[in-house]
Design a protein around this ligand. Structure first.
Ligand code: DC
Length: 219
């Protein structure tokens, strides 16, 4: 079986950066599943399909050509990396990802990333739904305040106007929606290791994931 390290957790927990670095260190493939939901939200906007129109979105999703290349994401041949990472698409992704039919339409695409020598996948349901047989499952999180500060800094560095209280309120709203939805809610799997990153550097978090993986190899 091709090994999978599943890293789930809330927005701005640092899981994307950690997952990417773990994949680099191991020489494995990397799946940013959140990017897929962002692209669905973006494609919906481009085609005039409302984010609450579950069936039209699901039909559209089945026909999208989504490709990752060197950390960039392409939709129907167009590089949409920046367009998919805006705060508007964060909200859109949170909304479209609550639809079961949209999630189903992305399931096979996500499983297709499992190729030798291995896959590091990050998202909300990697360990619970998409790769339930992953040997290493991590729930990577941090308090809402710490995550809001990190997101705020990122926005300021990119030259965007930001307001810490608004960023925190937005994160909390998205957490609540991701946790409350009926399908694949954000939660720690019983068999996932908890990794809290409030007081941990990225390098330490990467090492902790590699240590969990190594420990699982010995069981
Ligand atoms: O990880 P992210 O911030 O790029 O995710 C964007 C949204 O997509 C987030 O609100 C939750 C949703 N998502 C999901 O439902 N399932 C996943 N596996 C990944 C992301």
């Amino acid at each position: 079986m091709i090994p999978v390290i599943a890293i789930d957790g809330p927005s701005a927990s640092g899981k994307g950066t950690v997952a990417q670095r773990v994949a680099e260190k191991l020489g494995w493939h990397y799946l940013d599943s959140g990017a897929l939901y962002r692209v669905v939200a973006l494609a919906g906007k481009k085609r005039g399909i409302a984010w609450n129109d579950e069936s039209a979105l699901a039909t559209m999703t089945g026909g999208l050509e989504i490709r990752f290349e060197n950390g960039e994401i392409f939709l129907d041949g167009e590089n949409v990396s920046a367009a998919a990472r805006t705060e508007e698409m964060s909200r859109g992704a949170s909304e479209v990802s609550a639809h079961p039919a949209v999630r189903r339409a992305l399931t096979d695409l996500q499983r297709g990333f499992r190729k030798p020598p291995g896959l590091v996948a990050d998202g909300r349901d990697m360990g619970s739904v998409i790769f339930p047989d992953a040997r290493t499952k991590i729930f990577l999180t941090a308090s809402a305040e710490v995550r809001a500060e990190r997101r705020y800094k990122q926005l300021m560095e990119k030259g965007n106007h930001a307001n810490l209280a608004a960023v925190l309120a937005d994160l909390q709203m998205r957490d609540a929606r991701d946790q409350a939805r009926k399908v694949a809610p954000l939660k720690q799997c019983e068999d996932a290791e908890l990794l809290a990153t409030d007081h941990v550097t990225i390098a330490q978090a990467v090492q902790a994931v590699l240590d969990f993986y190594a420990a699982r190899q010995q069981i």
